[in-house]
Unconditional design. Structure first.
Ligand SMILES: [Zn+2]
Length: 275
């Protein structure tokens, strides 16, 4: 499943071909959206961004195309006129002079007034996007201390899109490892230093993964791991997927647990008992 960094990279690719471009032609094939093509035709795209797993294509006439890929949806970009060979169902096509942005298979698509986007039933439930430029470590710390969140386990909180949107399974393990906090601890159990470290790690790890297209460890660590052989999956993480391998910090074997029905990897020494 793509997480915040992968979704933002997809939004960036769409932004690159659509931003400041006029939509010369548009198609919406889902029931209820028959008239949407007419509404965006001739309009200019201002920007493409994302919030959690929602893709938001904002037009200059005051509407935003909201789309959520769920499990199967995918955006593809093609040169105009070069329709990709696929068995997937086309849901949305936005054609500029040079390119086509094509949404396949997704069923969760809406045109929504931009000024009321915050009231969208899915978006209004989300916490801040982890890669939003205005999000700070102090804001994360204050959410961790909020009574809504502080008595829940970190393992469950760090998959809750209402806490922070865009964090998924691999980021959860990597952030908690970097912050040296036990997955089963609650924010209320942590010291001030730990909670601040967790706030910082949440941003650092997510932003690094976005910048490096999915590598959560430092460049030096990635280089060291690469020398041991293996592909991308073997050097991008410090904890995730490394069950039974030595912790890069202390040498203890990394443990795998199922928490919240999703696999979580952690070091019992570095992230030592807290509850
Ligand atoms: Zn360790």
């Amino acid at each position: 499943m793509p997480e915040g960094p992968e979704i933002r990279l997809a939004a960036d690719r769409l932004h690159k071909v659509l931003a400041d471009q006029v939509i010369e032609d548009a198609e919406f094939t889902l029931p209820g959206l028959e008239g949407a093509g007419k509404r965006v035709r001739g309009k200019r795209v201002e920007r493409v961004t994302c919030h959690g797993k929602a893709m938001l294509t904002q037009f200059d006439h005051g509407e935003t195309l909201y789309s959520h890929n769920q499990l199967y949806g995918v955006w593809r970009i093609a040169r105009r006129g070069n329709f990709p060979r696929t068995n997937r169902q086309l849901r949305v096509a936005l054609h500029t002079d040079a390119h086509s942005a094509l949404l396949f298979s997704a069923t969760d698509v809406e045109l929504w007034p931009t000024e009321h986007l915050a009231e969208h039933p899915f978006l209004k439930k989300l916490g801040p996007d982890v890669l939003d430029e205005s999000l700070t470590a102090a804001m994360i710390v204050s959410r961790l201390r909020d009574k809504t969140f502080k008595r829940r386990s970190l393992a469950s909180l760090y998959l809750d899109q209402g806490f922070i949107a865009g964090i998924g399974n691999y980021l959860r393990s990597e952030i908690l490892f970097q912050a040296k906090v036990p997955p089963k601890a609650r924010p209320a159990d942590l010291t001030k230093t730990e909670i601040q470290r967790l706030g910082r790690a949440t941003l650092t790890i997510s932003q690094r993964s976005y910048r490096t297209r999915g590598v959560t460890v430092t460049q030096a660590t990635a280089k060291k791991l690469k020398q041991q052989g293996g592909g991308f999956e073997s050097y991008r993480f410090a904890a995730f997927g490394r069950k039974g391998q030595a912790c890069l910090t202390c040498g203890t074997k990394i443990v795998r647990d199922e928490i919240g029905a999703r696999r979580l990897y952690w070091c019992p020494t570095c992230q030592g008992p807290k509850s």
